[in-house]
Ligand binder design. Structure first.
Ligand code: S3P
Length: 433
């Protein structure tokens, strides 16, 4: 589906953005590990998180709508049922990488995980190798890509330093670590910590210690997980598109309600403020670690922007928003540079390639670097056509670019946005009215 986003504005009003995708995935998976009912409010209703519900159902969890939320009654920690056929993760990388953490200790059971074309290009050796060190047997296509077969076994604890800053890998190993006598995951740079917070809330025996720019987190087998309820906040990654739009469309002023502001996710808010946009809200202080996810209303207003350089340790805290930093860079005065973000190459698309070619096609002066990009601010964007390449974040970057462009943007394959923000076009119409 092609969608056209004409120059428009200002954006004005209040809005509740969709629920957090990362936290929704985790809530469903961890609920499936708990052997008692878990109530989830504000679970994200989008393609990725529907894949997670289908996956846990196929593993024996009961999922029901109840009192405006969801009730999940899981199979229990060591009781995942063997699903009828391969588990289809669709486009969801988080599901592909977290679920094997649980499945790897279902002794005697074999599971196959597969997904769409984009998932089949995304590496899973990053979880398969450490899980194999723990004693699980995994097979991936060419040793590296889905389909992924997981044969559960008795696991032993490991100490593992993440070779890439990945919350998905960390989370996978922490879930697997729940079946060991002690597993320590070392992250040299902090990455999103929703899994740790939710496991703490569920009574897991988890300890976390600061070290360098990151953390050492230890888990071990303990009492069964007990989690009564998860309230999913608004997704700061979805909010980011509207915040960016308001920052670059003159006269805009938006209030986004109930957005998750966990500091390990809020890197983009700090980058946006540093570039000169007025962003107001109660951000969580760096280093905080509370089982309850922090939430705030966020107000943003249009302002002239100045270029910025994103520091390497900021990259994981804003990883999904870096395509938006490139877009903001087009409107900022000076050169905006992102380095140390080679991980962008293995997202839903090669986001260095697709962002650079997409924005260049709209008139941007942007250059790809091996691990990031450099953008020269020219005060605006001409417009034209941008292909989403099946990547939800790219589709939404195209939409925001269109609003702030001189001639509008036609986004090819806009349906990709359904993965995280299905009602984006509708929400936008409300703010432009
Ligand atoms: C996610 C972690 C990040 C992020 C992805 C969601 C998560 O991936 O890009 O969209 O929910 O843990 P990596 O862990 O691969 O960096």
């Amino acid at each position: 589906m092609n969608a056209v986003f004409e120059p428009a504005g200002p954006l004005r009003g209040r809005l509740r953005v969709p629920a957090d995708k990362s936290i929704s995935h985790r809530a469903a998976i961890i609920a499936a590990m708990v052997g008692a009912p878990v109530r989830i409010t504000n679970y994200l209703d989008a393609a990725d998180t529907r894949s997670t519900l289908a996956a846990i159902r196929s593993l024996g969890a009961r999922v029901q709508a109840r009192d405006g939320g969801l009730e999940i009654v899981g199979a229990g920690m060591r009781c995942a049922q063997v699903s009828g056929g391969p588990i289809d993760v669709g486009n969801a990388g988080t599901l592909m990488r977290l679920l094997p953490g649980w499945l790897s200790f279902q002794t005697g059971s074999t599971f196959v995980l597969d997904g769409d074309e984009s998932i089949r290009r995304r590496p899973v050796d990053r979880i398969a190798q450490p899980l194999a060190l723990m004693g699980a047997a995994l097979d991936a296509r060419d040793g590296r890509f889905p389909p992924l077969t997981v044969r559960g076994g008795e696991l032993t604890g490991i100490e593992y330093e993440l070779p890439v800053a990945s919350a998905q890998v960390k989370s996978c190993l922490l879930l697997a670590g729940l079946a060991t006598d002690g597993t320590e995951v070392i992250e040299p740079v902090a990455t999103r910590d929703h899994t740790e917070r939710m496991l703490l809330a569920a009574g897991a025996s988890l300890r976390r210690m600061a070290g360098g720019n990151g953390y050492r987190t230890t888990v071990q087998a303990g009492d069964a997980l007990a989690l009564e309820r998860v309230d999913v906040p608004g997704d700061v990654s979805s909010a980011a598109f509207l915040l960016a739009a308001a920052a670059i469309v003159p006269g805009s002023r938006l209030m986004l309600e109930g957005v998750g502001v966990n500091w390990t996710r809020a890197g983009f808010l700090r980058i946006l403020a540093r570039m000169g946009a007025s962003v107001r809200g109660e951000l969580e202080p760096d280093g905080a670690f509370d089982p309850v996810e922090p939430v705030s209303d966020l107000e943003v207003r249009h302002a002239p922007l100045t270029a910025t350089t994103v520091a390497a340790q900021e990259v994981p805290l804003a990883i999904d928003e870096l395509p938006l930093v490139a877009l903001l860079g087009c409107f900022a005065e000076g050169d905006t540079v992102v380095r140390g973000a080679g991980e962008l190459r293995v997202k839903e698309s090669d986001r260095i390639e697709t962002v650079v070619s997409g924005l260049r096609g709209l008139g941007a002066e942007i250059e790809a670097l091996p691990d990031g990009f450099a953008v020269r601010g020219t005060g605006g964007l001409e417009g034209g056509e941008l292909d989403a390449h099946g990547d939800h974040r790219l589709a939404l970057v195209g939409a925001v670019a269109g609003l702030a462009s001189r001639k509008g943007v036609q986004v090819r394959g806009f349906e990709a946005a359904d993965v995280s923000y299905p009602r984006f076009a509708e929400d936008l119409r409300g703010l432009l009215a």
